[in-house]
Design a protein around this ligand. Sequence first.
Ligand code: KIV
Ligand code: ZN
Length: 387
Amino acid sequence: MTMVRILDTTLRDGEQAPGFSMTPEGKLRMAKALAALNVDVIEAGFAASGQRDADAIAEIARQVEGPVICSLARATRGDILAASAALAPAPRRRIHVFIGTSPLHREFKLHMSREKVLENIRTAIAYARGFTDDVEFSAEDAIRTERDYLVECLSAAAEAGATTLNVPDTVGYTTPDEIYDLFRFLTANVDCSDETIFSAHNHDDLGMAVANSLAAIRGGARQVECAMNGIGERAGNCALEDIVMALKTRADFFQAETAIDTTRIMAASRILAQITNTPPPRNKSIVGANAFAHESGIHQHGILQNRETYEIMKPEDIGLATEAIVLGKHSGRHALAARAQALGYVLTGEKLESAFTAFRTVADEVGIVDTARLLALLAEQESGRPQ
Ligand code: KIV
Ligand code: ZN
């Protein structure tokens, strides 16, 4: 089995998307949930984007144990200095340096020649290595960069000291066949040591971020960058829950695994939904309220005979409580609060009272309130909207 590292960018790429901004307290709470998931790297923010983000990164670096803590930085001294200062309290820290490499980025955004971009890569990576020996380089818009030039950029970064080479599909443009071929080509042609990790970072503009990340792994990627609930710029990033559960469920095919404790997935998803006040859609794979719900008679009949008739994963594998305690109209506040907590919702005081009133109404209607219904109820309470 090949080990694939998970870099979680919920708190950076995810947080920078409209509707998903988080308070520093929210970021810290989410970072703790990501550490409980056992992600390899937490990209905690972009320190140079402002003092608030820098402070949030520093707090995460101080308080969150386990994963490597990372800050994004443009290929400039100022950004790298800001990243290194924010990361200083972390026992293990990564500086993630990026610059646009495609013709569109060079000409219209950076106004730089190919040579100038190469020079910036060399200088910035060498400078970042002065602060930590864990430096990642991203060739922004790599997918639309000339292949020979992309090899030059990645080789230059590796020579200057980058230990992870990230190949982002910044605009979600590639396809599984194309990115598989690209990773095969890059792993064969980039001049770097055998220890260098090739990384995939896919956006979901055409709905292919997860498929493209899986194809990149087959092509040689050993790190995937993803975000909880798939949040991120525009249509979002590769969803952490999807890539992790795809690798776990189809290990027979991919022959790859991650270190993620999948039983923490549901709680992390709900915490993010609470912090951002945005639950994932009901039909979202893995974490949506319907993902493990069976409504139709034919499906229910099959499930009652053998769960595998309509379930390819066990709800317990993602931390959905098995129904050891049945929640119904006779259940009390304690049982409701305990089950809600297992799903990532903290219910106390007025929140508990309001959720309990809604729960009683549903229980009077349907008898037993199963996990899917409970999730929908909790999400509705949280957002004030029917799910
Ligand atoms: O999408 C992208 O190119 C990025 C990089 C900064 C890694 O988020
Ligand atoms: Zn991105």
